[in-house]
Write a protein that binds this ligand. Structure first.
Ligand code: SF4
Length: 331
């Protein structure tokens, strides 16, 4: 029997359609950021012609696709990143098949259902099979939710562990069985840990950070991230819901106000002292910072990253000052 086809994705999509088709999804972001070659991959994209003023994630996933054994890539043309348009055209020119997908900005159920149906048809499957795949994947999503709960409710999981296991649910590490085994073993181990007793509880919002040591550095200061906003959304914590309903609740691809409502709910529930808003250099999402600062109701610090590297001294100082301020406020 031949190996299943591997299909790249540029961000979280209704991955159930890929599984229903018998293919395997490969989240190029995860391939990029976990590769020991990640720094070189950004440089390789620049050597190929990508401008220095283009987002590091775009350059990274361009190179990740070149280094992967994918046959095609689902490119999200609305609801993620406008840079994906040009990236898809470059891939097409270079001979990589692209399959467009769009989240409707107005969150229209009919429009989303139409998009998922079109995606299924392009992949040689149908909506009912994708709905069935969602039922099969829900127990895995429950595992990611349990990791998240252990992080904020029982304080037994680090910010990085919560980040990693939730963000990996975008493609279930291209191996759902292995993902389930890994998370089940992790949860059993974490449940036996002594709870962390950090002095400051933080929320992390924005796209996943490109820095190597972000979470570890915060924990070395006595703070811990107990909410990873986007990663939690990528894990689609809407189990038991219909496929289309779940992707309508997914806050990331639509307007920022649904994200703000979700973040505020979680600030309250998780007793969060302050928010770190991570922004990527040259990303249009940086503009959302002004709304987060106005509307979240807790202190917000904004940090920016460009390419994969350890935290620089200036960013470390800003994080340290923020944590110290929150510690003083808590006294
Ligand atoms: S960080 Fe911003 S610019 Fe970069 S890929 Fe994501 S949405 Fe696009």
């Amino acid at each position: 029997m031949s190996n299943p086809e591997r299909i790249g994705i540029t961000t979280s999509i209704p991955v159930e359609a890929i599984f229903a088709s018998g293919a395997i999804p490969v989240d190029l972001n995860n391939i990029f950021i976990t590769s020991p070659e990640r720094r070189g991959w950004v440089e390789n994209a620049e050597i190929a012609g990508f401008p220095p003023t283009c987002c590091g994630w775009i350059k990274g996933i361009y190179s990740a696709a070149k280094s992967s054994d994918i046959s095609s890539v689902v490119t999200v043309m609305a609801g993620d990143c406008s840079n994906t348009h040009a990236l898809a055209e470059i891939w097409q020119h270079e001979g990589l098949k692209t399959i467009p997908f769009a989240f409707p900005y107005d969150r229209s159920r009919a429009a989303l259902e139409g998009e998922v149906e079109r995606l299924c048809a392009r992949l040689g499957t149908d909506l009912e099979a994708a709905r069935e795949a969602k039922k099969q994947l829900d127990p895995l999503r429950e595992l990611a939710m349990e990791v998240d709960r252990l992080s904020w409710e029982e304080n037994r999981v680090t910010g990085f562990e919560s980040h990693l296991h939730q963000v990996s649910a975008s493609d279930f590490c291209s191996d759902p069985k292995l993902y389930a085994e890994t998370l089940s073993a992790f949860i059993a181990e974490a449940k036996g840990r002594e709870p962390f007793r950090e002095s400051v509880r933080l929320g992390f919002i924005g796209v996943p950070t490109i820095y190597d040591d972000f979470y570890e550095h915060l924990e070395s200061m006595g703070a811990r991230v107990v909410f990873n906003e986007t990663q939690r959304q990528f894990s689609l914590p809407y189990v038991g819901e219909d496929l289309i309903d779940a992707y309508l609740k997914f806050t990331y691809p639509y307007d920022v106000f649904a994200r703000i409502a979700d973040i505020k709910r979680e600030i309250e529930r998780r007793r969060i002292d302050g928010i770190i808003h991570y922004v990527q250099s040259f990303c249009f999402r940086q503009m959302e910072d002004m709304l987060f600062r106005k509307l979240l109701g807790v202190p917000v610090v904004t940090i920016e990253g460009d390419r994969p590297m350890p935290l620089d001294a200036r960013t470390k100082t800003r994080l340290e000052a923020f944590v110290e301020m929150l510690e003083v406020e808590a006294l």
